[in-house]
Design a protein around this ligand. Sequence first.
Ligand code: HEC
Length: 128
Amino acid sequence: MKAILTLTAAILACGTLAARADTFDKVKVEAGRQLFDAECHRCHAVDADKASYGPLLEGVVGRRAGSFEGYPYSPALAGAGFVWTPGALKAWMEANDALVPGTKMRHVGIEDPTVQDFIVSYLTSISG
Ligand code: HEC
């Protein structure tokens, strides 16, 4: 009996933790969306139907840098040859012109790791 109670308590605790993790993820994505709106949206669409001065960022996580079909990239980004991971996106937000010298995206300088993390959560959520 005691073992069953302990097991039940453990299962309930796991459920609660999973639900909390889920809530944290939703809050991070929503915070990231708002930060993206403030810092990035004026240049980047996240919807293929909208005009975008910079490349479309829907699906960017896992995409090769400089590879969105039809976008006129700088030669520097077109030839960069790496894949957008969360770490690369954070480095890019912090100092894009240091990560890819010669890029035509102007320096945005997002240095706060929490802000970087939120924006990456949002970009991951729209990258299927
Ligand atoms: C002033 C306009 C502007 C702002 C603001 C801006 N970007 Fe950009 N972004 C660009 C341009 C232009 C490029 C293309 C750079 C090139 O071809 O060298 C680009 C490229 C990128 C790429 C590379 C995409 C690919 O297909 O390889 C990523 C990722 C990116 N931006 C993320 C962001 C994020 C995240 C923010 C906000 C923190 C942001 N950008 C803010 C104009 C902007």
